[in-house]
Ligand binder design. Structure first.
Ligand code: FAD
Length: 263
């Protein structure tokens, strides 16, 4: 389709549409469908909304909505139901007016309907948030985004296999030892590449979007160091992490987010 050709022409672009679709699905589907949100899930939701409020890619209305939603959720210190959450969300949406500028994925469009979509946009959103945190001099906690993501994935992500894999990987890769915000950006990048490696050739892979070790040599030649024995697609690739970090900061710079597909 036209969208897929656009995405293939611009492989390194991050799209506003995907960031918005991730937020919409998280709030309106994954959180709203919970029966009860208390204890650890409630803390996880509060942390997620705090980070989202801080680095919110939505427009004016959407930023207000997330602030009000966070204020609403932090009032609860025991539990709230998904239904209460959804009611408040709907109330805010009808009060504030248009929140989302599109109902389609762009960079996360799959070549068939069951491929890509939400999971792709979830990665995109968290990479985006990690880079915004790294660029924010006031942010003191290097773990703010990784902790929000871990809590979200553990307590709300509807893909149970994904959630379990991610938690196992997070423990093995010592997520809680990440010591700086730049390191957090790179932690998420390396973790995502491990998942790409595991899923390469899997039935869930979109043939139009093969899993690669990201970024490709074409997108970022400086990101890879030439070595005699680095095989093309192995985790042993000899990365130039400074170049990878600059690349990630650059593509997630709000100034360069593409508004393709957004009226
Ligand atoms: P995705 O892997 O979703 O990536 C989205 C976009 O991010 C890519 O198009 C690319 O532009 C960019 N990108 C790719 N790699 C990187 C990187 N290293 N750093 C920065 N940006 C990058 N599926 C399973 O079948 N089993 C699982 O166990 C599983 N676990 C998951 C765990 C988590 C936390 C998440 C969010 C998803 C998981 N998934 C899992 C889904 C899977 O990772 C993909 O999201 C899905 O297969 C769609 O792939 P995709 O081609 O759209 O690219």
């Amino acid at each position: 389709s036209e969208i897929i050709s656009e995405v293939h022409r611009n492989k390194h672009l991050i799209y506003q549409a995907d960031l918005e679709q991730a937020i919409r699905t998280i709030l309106h589907n994954e959180v709203s469908k919970q029966n009860e949100i208390g204890g650890e899930p409630l803390v996880a939701l509060q942390r997620f909304l705090t980070v989202l409020e801080r680095y919110n890619p939505l427009g004016t209305n959407g930023r207000q909505m997330v602030s009000k939603l966070r204020e609403f959720v932090v009032q609860f210190n025991q539990k709230l139901s998904g239904q209460q959450f959804e009611q408040e969300l709907r109330r805010l949406v009808s009060k504030l007016g248009q929140i989302y500028s599109t109902t389609n994925y762009v960079g996360c469009t799959g070549s068939s309907p069951h491929l890509r979509g939400f999971t792709c946009s979830l990665w995109t959103l968290f990479h985006y948030l990690s880079v915004q945190s790294a660029g924010n001099e006031e942010a003191q906690d290097p773990l703010e985004v990784l902790q929000a993501m871990h809590g979200y994935v553990r307590n709300f992500f509807g893909c149970t296999d994904c959630s379990n894999h991610f938690q196992e990987m997070a423990a093995r890769r010592k997520i809680w030892s990440v010591a700086s915000k730049d390191e957090a950006v790179l932690w998420l990048w390396a973790a995502h590449n491990e998942v790409n490696q595991r899923l390469a050739g899997d039935a869930t892979e979109d043939p139009q979007f093969p899993k690669i070790q990201f970024p490709s040599a074409n997108s970022c030649a400086q990101c890879r160091r030439a070595t005699a024995n680095a095989s093309k697609d192995s985790l042993e690739l000899n990365w130039n992490k400074d170049a990878v970090l600059s690349f990630l900061k650059n593509i997630h710079n709000p100034q360069f987010i593409s508004r393709y597909g957004v009226p």
